[in-house]
Design a protein around this ligand. Structure first.
Ligand SMILES: [Zn+2]
Length: 405
């Protein structure tokens, strides 16, 4: 039976995050992290079996396969990227140049750029091309320590192409069995140019959402409620339908303008409200008194050169805050969670303990995975990240480090 189990020993530090779970990711301080110097962990392909100091490793694990980290590497719960637009084709580097020269995201979108240019490239790409691109991206983000990734659709914007994107996710799960990949349907990312607004809403409400819910093609349904995109009424209708049919819900909320989408997320019991650049103190209080996780995406604010989301106010009010890459071709071409953690430390004024919580337990909460993920405790799923540094903080103190294969 020993052959099923493996151990990592002599980690310079092992952070379990047990206290983070006890406090459900809110008001977290250093002591909630539970750092174990010279740590060890025993796990099977499915579960964590034992965690503690290497010197206390029970003798019954004496004969199992052990990897000695020689006090040079640290162990943390597998990083969770809870907001990622992984599936698209094409490139928007020209648009990046236009933005650097002063054009706004909305101006570029009006000229046919933005999401629509990626929709054209994604629709014309073959399934094999899209899958190959997704594989390359997963291989890259895995090297930065990510073990769980939310994969959004949203660059198809038609019945056929949104279903094509969703069909790639089970294939990726087979290819990356050691990663946890969740599927989020974001057909309501923008309106396509080849359907009327009313017709596309009908496609979403009457065809896509019911089919996706019935066939369990996605875990969650997300809507981009913002100025120039879906209105609060349209978003409400779509999300209500998705929720009724058993999908989890998430919202791209209050990023470009204030729409009240954060309050809608709280009202509907969404797993998360994401972006939150324009929220008010009323929204902050509402989030703090709800189970909805505030997902902050500082890489996007950095790329768009906008103000950063109010992380400090949210955390101080008692909200559960998560961080994610928002990897996408237009507003944040970044697959590295550690870079996002650097931005959080420098610009969101988050502490080490808050950053740790935001990319582990709270990010798992934002995907509804927290009952079995987000901390390194006995019985939890075995998603483990080994960092090539002696301390967790070095993974984002060393800005933009390059992983060794
Ligand atoms: Zn997004």
């Amino acid at each position: 039976m020993d052959i099923m189990y493996k151990a990592l020993i002599h980690a310079s530090e092992l952070i379990t995050g047990a206290g983070v779970r006890k406090k459900q990711g809110r008001n977290i301080t250093e002591s909630d992290l539970n750092r174990i110097p010279d740590g060890a962990i025993v796990y099977s392909s499915k579960k964590i079996i034992w965690v503690g100091p290497t010197s206390e490793l029970p003798s019954r694990w004496g004969s199992i396969q052990k990897t000695n980290l020689h006090h040079k590497k640290s162990i943390i719960p597998g990083l969770v990227d809870c907001h990622n637009h992984l599936l698209f084709a094409g490139d928007r580097s020209e648009e990046f140049a236009a933005r650097c020269a002063g054009a706004s995201y909305q101006e570029i979108a009006k000229k046919g750029g933005g999401i629509q240019s990626t929709v054209r490239a994604t629709r014309s790409a073959s399934l094999a091309t899209l899958e190959k691109l997704a594989i390359q991206r997963l291989k890259e983000l895995e090297q930065y320590g990510t073990r769980t990734v939310e994969i959004k659709t949203g660059y198809g914007l038609s019945i056929e192409s949104e279903l094509k994107l969703l069909s790639i996710i089970p294939r990726l799960r087979k290819r990356f069995p050691h990663l946890k990949l969740t599927a989020t349907f974001l057909g309501a990312h923008a309106f396509p140019t080849d359907r009327t607004r009313a017709d596309y809403l009908q496609d979403l409400l009457e065809v896509l959402i019911p089919k996706i819910a019935k066939q369990k093609l996605a875990d969650s349904c997300d809507v981009f409620i913002d100025e120039g995109y879906f209105t609060i009424e349209e978003g409400h209708q779509l999300l209500e339908k998705a929720k009724t049919l058993g999908l989890n819900i998430k919202i791209h909320a209050d990023e470009l303008g204030y729409t009240g989408a954060t309050l809608l997320a709280v009202k509907l019991g969404a797993l998360s409200a994401d972006h939150l650049l324009k929220i008010s103190s009323v929204d902050i209080q509402a989030l703090a008194h709800s189970k909805t996780v505030a997902v902050l995406l500082p890489g996007t604010a950095f790329t768009l050169k906008t103000a950063y989301p109010p992380a400090r106010a949210l955390i101080d009010a008692g909200a559960a805050v998560a961080l994610a890459t928002d990897f996408n071709p237009g507003t944040c071409y970044c697959l590295s969670l550690p870079i996002i953690m650097s931005l959080a430390a420098l610009y969101l004024e988050m502490s080490h303990a808050e950053i740790f919580t935001a990319v582990t337990y709270n990010a798992a909460q934002a995907l509804g995975l927290h009952p079995t993920q987000g901390t390194l405790e006995v019985g939890q799923a075995a998603y483990i990240t080994v960092l090539p540094f002696q301390r967790f903080e070095e993974s984002y103190y060393r800005l933009g480090w390059s992983p060794k294969r």
